[in-house]
Design a binder for this molecule. Structure first.
Ligand SMILES: Nc1ncnc2c1ncn2[C@@H]1O[C@H](COP(=O)(O)OP(=O)(O)OP(=O)(O)O)[C@@H](O)[C@H]1O
Ligand SMILES: [Mg+2]
Length: 371
């Protein structure tokens, strides 16, 4: 029984009005929430760039990823864009071979190793050693040559000022890696984030470290998961003991030995024009305590002397021209004559001068001690 004066049409229109009002309120609230979310702009941008990157890498799962996973996906490495390969690393053949055998091969040829628990790839790999000896280079070459997905995790992305965002991002690192497996998560300078926990740690940092370890352990629950966390540090003693335990495959990359220094010098100088008197073994013998990076700098410095000579030569000829003197009429040195319009090769003298300069600089900055 309907009350008098109220028709069916009245009820219908009232219901319609209520529904329309609810829908508008819902949409407005959603829109408001979206605009009030301080991370919205960043997330939208990250989603777009990540989708482009995934397309470029031929990975077709962008639609199945959450917004947090898309933010992490931005740190995927495109192997094509990396210029460092195994061949660009000098003197570390034994480390490279070991990484290939214990990490890369078990990932790429899983069928070969499936019947043994002991030959499974380790869940964590740590590269440690003094600065400038090739740790980051090895990681880059791994990204290029391993044939797996590779996330170069910049830890600053995990530290978000909004409560709860950091935790969601940390968990997205692992969930994304599992979706992309086989996958290597690389964390350079890992000590900066996963250093020993102490009472002075900020609550959020302590929580994230603990969460990171739990998520890492989660990888072990399914033996079929092929996700490896690879870290590099030059301060292994600062690392949390619990983290070290999770990185059973440890590779030490020390300062290069005499033979390794010779290999690095030969590699850096290959393709460079060298004078006949250059003897790289002599330089290798005098560079005890130099890192790969120092050796490269030594060669770069030596190479600059010839640029300096070229500039001085050109300025000298220009000056003669300004004074109306024909440079052919002047007696030039042998080198000046031969290389007056091109760069001369690097000489042993350049290398010795550069070595002395670097040695002095290293002694002054206390990165090298003299016996
Ligand atoms: N074994 C090597 N062969 C060729 N070049 C090398 C080698 N080691 C170092 N270098 C040179 O030194 C540079 C620095 O190396 P890399 O960044 O790998 O050092 P690192 O061990 O990661 O140092 P850090 O601990 O300071 O991060 C490289 O870009 C490369 O030019
Ligand atoms: Mg490094």
């Amino acid at each position: 029984m309907m009350p008098e004066g109220i028709t069916r049409a009245d009820i219908f229109f009232t219901l319609l009005r209520v529904s329309l009002f609810s829908v508008t309120a819902l949409l407005t609230a959603k829109l408001l929430m979206k605009h009030l979310d301080p991370t919205n702009k960043r997330k939208t941008y990250a989603a777009k760039t990540a989708t482009d990157l995934l397309d470029r890498l031929g990975i077709k799962i962008a639609k199945q990823l959450t917004e947090y996973e898309l933010m992490i996906a931005n740190h995927l490495v495109d192997p094509q864009s990396i210029t460092v390969s195994w061949d660009s690393i000098g003197g570390l053949g034994h480390v490279i071979q070991e990484i290939q055998e214990t990490v890369i091969l078990p990932i790429r040829r899983r069928e070969l190793f499936s019947n043994s628990q002991l030959t499974q790839p380790p869940k964590g790999v740590l590269l440690h050693g003094p600065p400038g000896c090739g740790k980051t280079m090895i990681a880059k070459a791994t990204a290029k040559e391993a044939g797996t997905n590779f996330i170069n995790l910049d830890l600053s992305i995990l530290t978000d000022k909004w409560y709860g965002e950091s935790q969601k991002l940390a968990s997205a690192v692992f969930s994304l890696a599992v979706k992309l497996q086989p996958c290597i998560i690389f964390i350079d300078e890992i000590d900066s984030f996963l250093r020993s926990r102490n009472v002075q740690d900020h609550e959020a940092t302590a929580m994230m470290k603990a969460q990171f370890m739990t998520l890492w352990d989660g990888l072990n629950t399914d033996p079929g998961t092929t996700v490896i966390v690879m870290g590099a540090t030059n301060r292994p003693h600062d690392l949390d003991k619990a983290i070290l335990r999770r990185m059973p495959a440890i590779f030490h990359i020390p300062l290069p030995t005499l033979v390794q220094r010779k290999d690095i010098l030969n590699l850096v100088m290959s393709g460079e024009p060298l004078a006949d008197n250059v003897e790289l073994s002599g330089i290798a013998a005098n560079t005890e305590g130099f890192s790969g990076s120092d050796l490269k700098e030594l060669c770069r410095n030596a190479s600059l002397y010839r640029v300096r000579d070229y500039v001085a030569n050109t300025q000298f000829c220009d000056k003669l021209k300004d004074r109306g003197i024909n440079s052919n009429a002047i007696k030039l040195s042998e080198d000046q004559e031969e290389f007056h319009d091109t760069l001369r090769p690097i000489t042993m003298d350049d290398l010795t001068k550069s070595l002395k300069k670097m040695r002095d600089a290293k002694v002054n900055t206390s990165t090298l001690t003299l016996d």
